[in-house]
Design a protein around this ligand. Structure first.
Ligand code: ADP
Ligand code: MG
Length: 317
């Protein structure tokens, strides 16, 4: 099998589920129709073997994770994910691996009706770069820039399970069902596309928690030129962390990456309406603190005492 047969069999075969793809895989460039009145959003994420995933992981899971972390970036901007390109570097041509990878791509793109419209295939150490493109009505993208003093800080779900999964990778005496639950969170995070409407209607800023809550909230603070105070008792620590880790549970919830929940800010006066609407739609988000004028991150302990909080999370360099 050569490079072109490989592309045809494993990538061109994935159905493009969108009418707005005028040219997909097979030409020098893809061509899509952007509706009038919409902004195009573009984001790239690379997953490197040994850093973002282990080479022994199932290729199906690796593909799903690669798609999900990219979709999460669209969720964080309140954009509808639409198109994707894939730059794939492979150490060798392994049809079985590619078959599983292709199936993982197809299965994770289908529910969102995202079309794979192009890419590049090269030989080298295994790495996967996806570029995702999405749409948002003009001016409606939610950025990291708009947080204002007084805004309430929200997080969209419990934190820390993915970090505990990483911590437990080599642990042999972990309960099987719990390990499975954690690995599932690490391999198959659910990007919070279901919150797009709420972000557009209520949020002044948003980010997805890929590196860790404190590191990612710090990005909002720096971009918005504000500070933040978290309420320790309000941080939704995943129950498995509380069960197994004691004091370290809070640390992992604050600094563990890979959760792909959203952190966003909402003006105080809009929070009651948000709570009502979330409740009506059986969604749960957690208010965890307040944006403040004073720069930097702080955390209010359960006894009311305030400590400085160093932004910690994953950093490559
Ligand atoms: P070129 O030589 O013009 O760069 P390629 O031979 O790299 O073209 O790719 C041929 C076609 O296949 C292009 O449309 C490209 O977008 C697509 N393609 C290549 N690799 C992939 C891949 N891994 N996934 C999806 N599409 C791909
Ligand atoms: Mg090429």
């Amino acid at each position: 099998m050569n490079e072109f047969q490989l592309i045809n069999q494993f990538f061109k075969s994935i159905p493009a589920l969108r009418k707005d793809v005028l040219l997909g895989i097979g030409d020098d460039a893809a061509c899509v129709q952007i509706p009038p009145g919409m902004n195009l959003l573009v984001s790239t994420d690379t997953l490197v073997s040994g850093i973002h995933f282990l080479p022994e992981w199932d290729a199906y899971d690796i593909a799903c994770k690669a798609v999900m972390v990219n979709v999460s970036d669209m969720a964080a901007m309140a954009a509808e994910p639409c198109w994707l390109t894939l730059a794939l570097t492979l150490p060798n041509l392994d049809p079985q691996w590619l078959q599983a990878f292709s199936k993982g791509l197809q299965d994770s793109l289908m529910p969102y009706r995202i079309a794979l419209i192009g890419g590049d295939t090269t030989k080298g150490p295994l790495s996967i770069t996806l570029t995702i493109m999405g749409l948002v009505p003009e001016g409606n993208a939610v950025t990291r820039k708009g947080a204002k003093p007084g805004d309430v800080i929200w997080v969209s779900g419990e934190l820390g399970e993915a970090a505990l999964a990483v911590k437990w990778l080599d642990k042999e005496d972990a309960p099987e069902s719990e390990k499975e639950q954690l690995m599932n969170k690490l391999l198959h995070p659910t990007p919070r596309i279901d919150l797009t409407h709420y972000l557009r209607s209520y949020a002044t800023s948003a980010i997805d928690i890929s590196d860790g809550l404190s590191a990612d909230l710090n990005h909002i603070c720096e971009e918005s030129r504000v500070g933040a105070c978290l309420d320790q008792g309000a941080i939704p620590i995943a129950p498995l962390l509380t069960k197994h880790l004691g004091k370290e549970a809070l640390d992992l919830a604050l600094a563990g990456g890979d959760d792909y929940e959203l952190c966003f800010t909402v003006p105080q006066a809009r929070c009651d309406a948000l709570i009502d609407e979330l409740k009506k739609n059986k969604l749960v988000c957690y208010p965890i603190g307040t944006i403040e004028e004073e720069l930097g991150l702080r955390i209010k302990r359960v006894d009311g005492h305030c400590d400085l909080l160093a932004p910690r999370g994953y950093s490559h360099f």
